[in-house]
Design a protein around this ligand. Structure first.
Ligand SMILES: *Cc1c(COP(=O)(O)O)cnc(C)c1O
Length: 407
């Protein structure tokens, strides 16, 4: 068969099969991607795009980084899955290296951000039981932030006070209360003897790129110390180098009691992890928690390859060095289009451009001009380039943005 006809047939079938067979829980763009390399992806019509979604902050090394591909190829032919009934060397090594970044503690592996956060929520319940002298169901309150996003499981959703996430799913998990981000007093006011933990994103991603201030995080750390609460940070999106530090909380010079991570950790392979500080790690006993797929040799090989490249290519330093002028260039758009651009909020490669009006037409113009971005909140366009993006591609993204705004 003529290859053009074959491609057209596959294209038609893909659209038809989505319509007929895939659950309609997403408002998907009608674009089909078939190939990626570095910061570029190609659709099924052969069009190239600059991918500043990174698969929602997942492809930390861009598409198909050669070191990552080689590590995966090797591991696939050696050992893929054994379950957590047994040890595997990659899980041991990845745990050791994550502890190197997070500090003395222990790591649990799972497959997604929501599962990492479930682990933290369960940890806080165990902490509450210990705090209440072994009594269950007493000390279980978790203080979260307005506009948070912690995932789509029942725990994650219950920690996510957004109508669009929760509607239709009541009753939710009890015990979650909400305070205002960067308002320490609002958190302090909710603490009582039933409170077990404070759980927040270090930088809120989904709701529009809102970072915790240094003072706020320091204040939360002190509050948690004073009241024996766990400080649990969701670094699923902002962690693994995205802000130029391995974890975003490092900018504030604090250490939490637990960290949820996922997205960038596998460079495209599904993997999640929860780190628990040494003095809290013994709350989990054998049988308390688990995951059939968590920490497979293959997923951990992906995580190790991501850390290798972050370290060998000095990506933390590179993110810090290259992101500042890029964000400054994006900020100039605010001055250039004062009616259209309200603000640029950036922390390295987790950057949001807030618009005055609807983001949908601008997102479409960006895509038509060859730049893929992600919506956040109601009015913010998120740019999430891979950590190893070139200066040329960063400059190109600003030019495409300028063009889309001018149209
Ligand atoms: C994406 C995200 C999650 C959920 O991760 P999944 O892998 O989709 O379950 C949780 N928290 C934050 C901050 C996220 O950005």
């Amino acid at each position: 068969m003529n290859t053009h006809i074959a491609r057209t047939a596959i294209r038609t079938a893909t659209a038809e099969f989505y319509d007929a067979y895939v659950l309609k829980n997403y408002a998907r763009a009608s674009v089909t991607f078939v190939r990626g390399h570095g910061t570029q992806v190609w659709d099924d019509e052969g069009r190239a795009y600059l991918d500043f979604t990174s698969g929602i902050a997942v492809n930390a090394l861009g598409h198909c980084h050669p070191h990552w591909v080689a590590a995966m190829r090797r591991q696939v032919t050696e050992l893929v899955h054994t379950s957590n009934l047994f040890r595997n060397p990659n899980q041991a090594e990845l745990a050791r290296r994550l502890v190197g970044y997070a500090g003395p503690g222990r790591v649990f592996f799972c497959n997604s951000g929501a599962e990492a956060n479930e682990t933290l929520i369960k940890l806080s319940r165990l902490h509450g039981v210990a705090k209440a002298g072994g009594v269950e169901g007493k000390c279980f309150k978790i203080i979260c932030a307005n506009n948070a996003f912690h995932g789509r499981t029942y725990g994650g959703m219950s920690a996510t006070p957004q109508e669009k996430v929760r509607k239709g799913f009541a009753p939710l998990v009890p015990g979650f209360v909400f305070a205002e981000l960067n308002n320490l007093q609002s958190f302090a006011a909710l603490i009582d003897e039933d409170t077990a933990a404070i759980f927040i994103e270090t930088i809120q991603g989904e709701s529009g790129v809102h970072a915790c201030t240094r003072e706020f995080l320091g204040g939360l750390r002190a509050l948690c110390d004073k009241h024996n609460l766990l400080l649990m940070l969701d670094e699923v999106q902002c962690g693994i180098g995205r802000t130029g530090k391995f974890y975003a909380f490092e900018h504030a010079g604090i250490r939490p009691d637990a960290i949820g991570m996922a997205k960038g950790l596998g460079g495209g392979m599904p993997i999640g992890a929860a780190w628990v500080r040494e003095d809290r790690a013994d709350l989990f006993h054998a049988g308390h928690h688990g995951s059939t797929f968590g920490g497979t040799p293959l997923a951990c090989a992906a995580g190790l390859a991501v850390l290798d490249v972050i370290e060998r290519e000095n990506l933390l330093e590179k993110v810090t060095r290259q992101s500042a002028p890029w964000i400054a260039a994006l900020e100039k758009l605010t001055a250039g289009f004062p009616q259209k651009v309200v603000a640029v909020r950036g922390a390295g490669y987790l950057t949001g451009v807030q618009l005055a009006g609807d983001i949908a037409p601008v997102m479409t113009r960006l895509r038509e001009n060859g730049l893929l971005a992600v919506g956040a909140g109601n009015n913010t366009i998120r740019l999430l380039p891979p950590l190893n993006v070139s200066e040329e591609d960063l400059a190109k993204s600003v030019e495409i943005f300028r063009k889309a705004l001018a149209d």
